[in-house]
Design a protein around this ligand. Structure first.
Ligand code: MG
Length: 378
């Protein structure tokens, strides 16, 4: 189901001290970036981040390199910020509203919320209240029954039109404490999906050490593989892993026929579920004729980054009798490391023969295999 999102990041975060909590670093990355990356990784079509006007520069720096986001300036109260964000969206059907200070959204949360929206105007994750509740009264404590009490979290999901209509009749003098309350007041249906302790809101200074420990669990490692082969034809050089090697033949293909880069591009695309190289650069398209395959690889890397991911390591095996790869391995690793922005020890190029057997053995063509490991939001 398609959705857009509003992230509310306009708070001053005075309870934490120092910079507003949504801009504080968590595992080396601003908290608001965690939230944005997570919603993009879950498939958001576009995300409006609502900020305080003075935070524009810090926000642009925090979200550098990501795609599909824009900024809107918020109001004094949270609900005014939410409305500013909703108005900045281009009339989506479904919208998620999320607090920037809840950095650990997973795709599974989003899927559950959108599914629940099939039968309701709004959906929210909520946890039962587990602790006994006490009210301080007249110098003593009394116990408050907790039956039927829930802790509402975000993101909350809405049918856009229903939420806009509900906001239109919300009384000016009152402040809703969350967005589902606006639907409740208007008589709409609010569905509940299971909440998750991982959706906790970073509120107090002491929340941060715990969040640092959880940060590792909020990302997953994925692996993709790629395989490519090209035929030898007339020529005097081949391109392999971004390096030109003199040879008694050339590799034949629509682009520069760099099977190493093609296999590696497919490995990265595979790791993030983005199809294969032919989907992005169709061989039927004349603009890729003779193209350097560097750009295919860089495109795959950019798609990965746009999902909030990063490359961990790559490993390529070239299968051929000739040209001899070993004298060029180091140059290939260096070129790949440069293209992929990786340290050298995370880039491997290996070579083997098939001992004269099959099409690589007969030197009809050359084959490359690659594997890539990436890390993305869960
Ligand atoms: Mg190819």
């Amino acid at each position: 189901m398609r959705f857009s999102a509003v992230i509310v990041a306009a708070g001053s975060g005075s309870r934490v001290g120092g910079p507003a909590k949504q801009w504080r670093l968590l595992a080396g990355k601003p908290v608001a970036r965690w939230s944005l990356e997570a919603l993009l990784a879950a498939g958001a079509q576009s995300v409006v981040v609502v900020i305080s006007p003075q935070d524009r520069e810090i926000a642009e720096r925090a979200f550098d390199g990501l795609r599909k986001w824009s900024l809107a300036e918020g109001g004094a109260e949270r609900h005014a910020s939410v409305r500013a964000g909703l108005l900045a969206l281009q009339a989506p059907q479904n919208v998620l509203i999320h607090d920037a200070a809840r950095p650990f959204v997973a795709a599974s949360h989003v899927e559950q919320l959108l599914a629940a929206l099939e039968g309701a105007e709004a959906a929210l994750p909520a946890l039962p209240v587990a602790d006994t509740l006490k009210r301080e009264q007249d110098g003593g404590l009394t116990t408050v029954p907790r039956d039927g009490l829930w802790r509402a979290q975000t993101p909350q999901a809405f049918r856009y039109d229903a939420l806009m209509a509900a906001f239109a009749v919300w009384p000016e003098s009152e402040v809703p404490t969350d967005d589902a309350a606006v639907i409740e007041r208007a008589g709409g249906r609010v569905a509940r999906v299971p909440g998750d302790p991982m959706l906790m809101k970073l509120t107090y200074a002491e929340d941060f050490p715990m969040a640092e420990r959880l940060a590792g669990a909020a990302r997953i490692v994925r692996t993709g593989m790629g395989l490519d082969a090209h035929r030898f034809g007339p020529g005097d050089a081949v391109w392999l892993c971004g390096v030109e090697i003199a040879h008694t033949a050339a590799l034949v293909g629509h682009s520069d026929a760099d099977a190493g880069l093609h296999a590696l591009t497919d490995a990265i695309l595979g790791a993030i579920g983005e199809g294969d190289i032919g989907d992005h650069f169709p061989p039927s398209d004349p603009q890729w004729k003779g193209a350097s395959s560097d750009r295919f690889l860089v495109h795959a890397l950019e798609l990965l980054k746009a999902k909030g991911g990063r490359l961990l390591n790559v490993d390529v095996t070239l299968v051929c009798e000739r040209p001899k790869i070993k004298p060029h391995r180091q140059a290939m690793r260096e070129r790949l490391a440069q293209l992929l922005e990786l340290p050298l020890d995370r880039v491997s190029v290996k070579a083997t023969t098939t001992e004269g057997m099959g099409y690589t053995g007969r030197e009809e063509g050359l084959m490359a295999q690659a594997i890539a490991s990436v890390e993305t939001p869960a």
